[in-house]
Design a protein around this ligand. Structure first.
Ligand SMILES: NC(=O)c1ccc[n+]([C@@H]2O[C@H](COP(=O)([O-])OP(=O)(O)OC[C@H]3O[C@@H](n4cnc5c(N)ncnc54)[C@H](O)[C@@H]3O)[C@@H](O)[C@H]2O)c1
Length: 251
């Protein structure tokens, strides 16, 4: 493989990197020879910790609730005191479904707080040293609802629209310093976040017929694109929201 795709020896931070799409991203980075700090409320599955150790990879779990805005800077300071972070993946996210007229404001605030404020805060904390160093890769996880409005998910759609705009805003400020800020917009993915959708035969069929690739996506689909965006091969990609959706948006 061309050295432009080689990211071995680098260090990444992945929020929510212990399950779902985050686990796919963590796994792909580990496979590419990257040391990964997972920031999440619960530790990743034992299997991935054992597998990483067996393969001589470094996987470090840090317990963190991203709704605690004071805890994130404390943790970032601890991590950055010991090493440089080359790659930041803001993957953690949450979903709450209610019709707009009944949407509890506390729920709205919670979704915006986790999905948008914490992303900005992590970008600031881990991005500042990248800007100073003149090198770094930030990958935010957006959504189809960065482009579409969805149904009964007004807070989530607002937060993911915000993630897309934040990605562009930070690109404009940080690209001149050699920091790439991009986003991946996953399509419909078979993870815990969508358990209700997958289990609903009517909704899951409606979704499936709109996916040209004729399958739901998975963590590997997203992890591979994250590795590409983290690599030198993507050095001239800035401020993009890359749909990884089996063709959903093309339909
Ligand atoms: N599943 C999909 O179809 C889909 C589609 C588009 C975008 N996404 C986005 O992909 C990302 C990953 O989602 P997923 O499908 O793997 O969902 P998931 O529910 O399986 O995982 C979400 C992750 O975020 C973490 N998280 C949530 N709240 C947190 C908090 N307060 N503190 C720390 N961590 C927290 C969870 O612990 C978990 O690791 C999210 O940003 C989601 O919005 C998912």
């Amino acid at each position: 493989m061309s050295s432009a795709f080689d990211i071995a020896g680098q260090t990444a931070v992945v929020t929510g990197g212990g399950r779902g799409l985050g686990l796919g991203i963590t796994t792909a980075l580990l496979d590419a020879g990257v040391a990964v700090h997972v920031l999440s409320r619960r530790p990743p599955d034992e299997r991935i910790i054992e597998q990483a150790a067996e393969n001589g990879r470094r996987l470090v779990h840090h317990e963190l609730d991203l709704s605690d805005r004071a805890a994130l800077p404390r943790l970032a300071e601890r991590i950055l005191a010991d090493e440089e972070i080359d790659i930041l993946v803001n993957n953690a996210g949450t979903q709450e479904r209610h019709p707009a007229v009944e949407f509890p404001l506390e729920s709205f605030d919670r979704v915006i707080d986790i999905n948008l404020r914490s992303v900005f805060q992590a970008c600031q904390l881990f991005g500042a040293p990248m800007v100073e160093r003149g090198r770094g890769k930030i990958i935010n996880i957006a959504s189809m609802l960065s482009f579409q409005g969805g149904l009964n998910v007004s807070a989530y759609a607002a937060s993911k629209g915000g993630v897309a705009q934040l990605t562009k805003a930070l690109c404009n400020e940080w690209a001149p310093s050699g920091v790439n800020v991009n986003a991946i917009a996953p399509g419909y993915m078979d993870t815990e976040m969508n358990t209700a959708l997958v289990a609903d035969p009517v909704r899951s069929e409606q979704i499936m017929v709109r996916i040209p690739a004729a399958r739901w996506g998975n963590g590997e689909d997203i992890g591979n694109v994250a590795v590409f965006l983290a690599s030198g091969a993507a050095d001239y990609i800035h401020g993009q929201i890359i749909a990884v959706d089996g063709g959903w948006l093309a339909r």
